[in-house]
Design a protein around this ligand. Structure first.
Ligand code: SAM
Length: 248
């Protein structure tokens, strides 16, 4: 087992620590958590409130609907998490945010290869801009839609990282051959029965010819990506294109 100092650890700052580990407590991630392959600390932002009502939010400057998470309370919560004796220095500090850069598999791989991030979950209308700047928070989005809070986004990000940690998926599965790992969506998968509602498994997959299977899968992955994600396909094609002298 990995020692406590080097274990991948996610620290989550939230107003709802009871939402963690939630779905990360079951299946692969849950077993790995229980066996110490990774660690999770959910800290209540409200513990850093200073008034007797333990308030964490206030009305937006300039008016408008809703409330905003206060800079002083959130900054104190981040500083308190950073002051924990065994905490990793200089770890990525993420803020889940619909304004952030969309999360990609390559960013997930980078985060999984480190010692684990600190993740701030916003609520209400969001977070005071001064704490984003003052604590150098990297805004990360999980898609172009608005959730009620950052917790579900944080769970998604942690899940994507944890399954890549050594020992979590086991020998049978690996992240190397999945959607996005090569800039492509994954090829179609089949299993028994050999025929389902009149549809057989493509014959080539039953041929035992590994080279032909690999070529078929590559062609299918390319066709699927071209049809379903022209944005990804354009990047892939661009990467393959030899650099011309006019490219700069
Ligand atoms: N007023 C904000 C806006 O329009 O951008 C939305 C705030 S949302 C109701 C509350 C919190 O949910 C955000 O601060 C963020 O932490 C989280 N959140 C919402 N959508 C998200 C997304 N697509 N990705 C990551 N986090 C999200």
């Amino acid at each position: 087992m990995t020692s406590n100092e080097t274990i991948w650890r996610a620290t989550v700052l939230t107003l709802f620590p009871e939402m963690f580990p939630g779905p990360l407590g079951v299946s692969l991630a849950g077993k790995a958590l229980a066996s110490g392959l990774w660690a999770l600390e959910a800290r209540d932002i409200r513990d850093s409130a200073t008034d007797r009502h333990r308030s964490v939010d206030d009305t937006p400057a300039g008016g408008g609907p809703g409330m905003v998470l206060r800079a002083d309370v959130l900054a104190a919560a981040i500083d308190a998490a950073d002051a924990v004796p065994d905490c990793v220095k200089d770890r990525p500090r993420l803020l889940m945010s619909p304004r952030g850069r969309p999360l990609t598999q390559s960013r997930v791989m980078e985060l999984a290869a480190g010692l684990g991030p600190l993740i701030v979950c916003g609520r209400f209308e969001g977070v005071d801009q001064r704490v984003i700047a003052g604590r150098a928070l990297e805004e990360v989005s999980i898609g172009d839609y608005v959730l009620s809070g950052g917790e579900i986004a944080a769970l998604a990000l942690i899940d994507a990282c944890v399954r890549l940690l050594p020992g979590v998926m086991g020998k049978l599965a690996s992240g190397a051959d999945e959607s996005f790992s090569d800039g492509l969506l994954e090829y179609p998968q089949y299993t028994r029965p050999q025929e389902f509602e009149g549809q057989p498994i493509p014959e080539i997959l039953l041929s035992g010819d590994h080279a032909k299977v690999a070529a078929w899968r590559q062609a299918e992955a390319e066709a699927l990506t071209r049809a379903k994600r022209p944005d990804l396909w354009a990047i892939k094609v661009n990467q393959k294109r030899p650099k011309s002298t006019t490219d700069g």
